[in-house]
Design a protein around this ligand. Structure first.
Ligand code: SF4
Ligand code: SF4
Length: 386
């Protein structure tokens, strides 16, 4: 049986009193120790070697996320079902935003072919998947985008498009809103703030104005109204290295301000955490704030959010047909593993349900505070079901 010992100490690394836990096997730490344990992790991020010298136990190495999962009784993280497939149809984008974890931009050449799309379609149909999310880059820029949407809708599959909206003001794309409406496609649009300054700082000069213009166009088409089947959802993410605020309060603020200032309606606001990967991670490293941000994510680990992480219900397919547990793993090129197929050419029906999920320390971005997913906060969904 594991024996625990704990004591307080002022550390040189943080100048704060910290409870240090000693035990026979650190992997046996239970849920009620998670708070203290996260302090240990915090120190490890800041000063791994100093911590090792300071206490008698060996601090955890490697995948610290799995260690907290174990402490929460969730290890190994396993999928529950497969109700959604995300397809990243390419990294080409008309924007190059600071926080972009895809590192998308106008010069990217990775684009999904029609042949790969057709294979994805076969998997979707054979699995009876009811939701498909198209992402990019700007997914609309894939030359086969309309073909894929039409095929999915012909098979009664609900299609969601994650759009930056501004692409639909570019030549050759201005008729897309009508096309999306005719196919009852749900729009999920990035809008990190309701002020011009913050949006333009994060997403590029002039993006705020284009976003407002496009939201009005979608409203005129019938999107975003209460009770309308044409769903228009907005995505908020913090401007820097902090966690998003409360999703419900943010949604109320957005609703009041967008209707008052611009006459714009929308359905839901999804508050998401910036993931410590890709361009956002590079910016944190160049600002010298990467360690601080990781500490914040680790300290804020919430086992209720961890229960609901989106990889338990979906898979993500990249432009070249590789299969991932989520969009973030895709960006890190951590393909499905532990016996699950990692490419659509090896796909076998039913292979993804109950698969073991590939995790890493970036997963703390999904489990911090109220949690984060492509559909916003996670823990409030649990609360809402209570
Ligand atoms: S965040 Fe979205 S709009 Fe911005 S560069 Fe990335 S894919 Fe494009
Ligand atoms: S980063 Fe991906 S694999 Fe990790 S918890 Fe989040 S959704 Fe799951």
């Amino acid at each position: 049986m594991t024996k625990y010992n704990s004591r307080n100490r002022i550390t040189k690394a943080s100048n704060k009193p910290v409870r240090i836990i000693e035990c026979d096997d650190i992997l046996d730490i239970k849920e009620h120790h998670v708070i203290e344990y996260s302090w240990v992790l915090q120190l490890e991020f800041r000063s791994f070697k100093r911590l090792e010298n300071m206490i008698d136990i060996k601090p955890p190495r490697g995948n610290n996320f799995d260690r907290l999962l174990r402490a929460s009784g969730l290890y190994p993280l396993q999928a529950k079902t497969l109700d959604t497939i995300q397809i990243n149809v390419g990294k080409l984008c008309n924007q190059a935003c600071l926080h972009c974890h895809v590192e998308a931009g106008p010069r990217r050449t990775e684009i999904m072919s029609k042949d790969i799309m057709a294979k994805c379609l076969n998997i979707i149909k054979s699995e009876g998947v009811s939701n498909v999310e198209l992402t990019g880059g700007a997914p609309e820029m894939n030359p086969h985008f309309r073909w894929l949407v039409s095929e999915l809708r012909n098979n009664d599959i609900l299609v969601k498009v994650r759009s930056n909206l501004s692409i639909m003001l570019e030549p050759n794309f201005t008729d897309l809103p009508e096309f999306l409406k005719n196919n009852l496609v749900e729009i999920i649009a990035s809008m990190p703030c309701y002020t011009r300054e913050n949006v333009d700082n994060q997403r590029g000069r002039g993006v705020f104005e284009k976003t407002i213009k496009m939201l009005r166009i979608f409203n005129e088409l019938g999107y975003g109204g209460s009770g309308s089947p044409l769903l228009l959802n907005l995505v908020y993410n913090p401007g820097g290295a902090s966690l998003p605020g409360d999703q419900i309060s943010l949604e109320n603020d957005y609703r009041n301000i967008l209707i008052e200032r611009f006459g714009i309606e929308f359905n839901n606001l999804f508050a998401i955490t910036n993931m410590p990967i890709g361009r956002f991670k590079n910016n944190l490293i160049s600002d010298g704030t990467y360690d601080k941000y990781m500490n914040l994510l680790v300290e804020s680990f919430n086992s209720r959010s961890a229960q609901q992480v989106m990889c338990r219900n979906l898979i993500s397919i990249s432009w070249d047909g590789k299969i991932y547990d989520c969009d973030f793993n895709q960006m890190l090129d951590l393909a499905c593993d532990h016996g699950a197929p990692s490419h659509i050419v090896n796909y076998t029906p039913g292979a993804m349900v109950n698969r073991r999920i590939v995790t890493g320390n970036h997963c703390f971005g999904c489990t911090a505070g109220a949690g984060s997913s492509c559909s916003g906060a996670l823990a409030i969904k649990i609360d809402a079901r209570k």
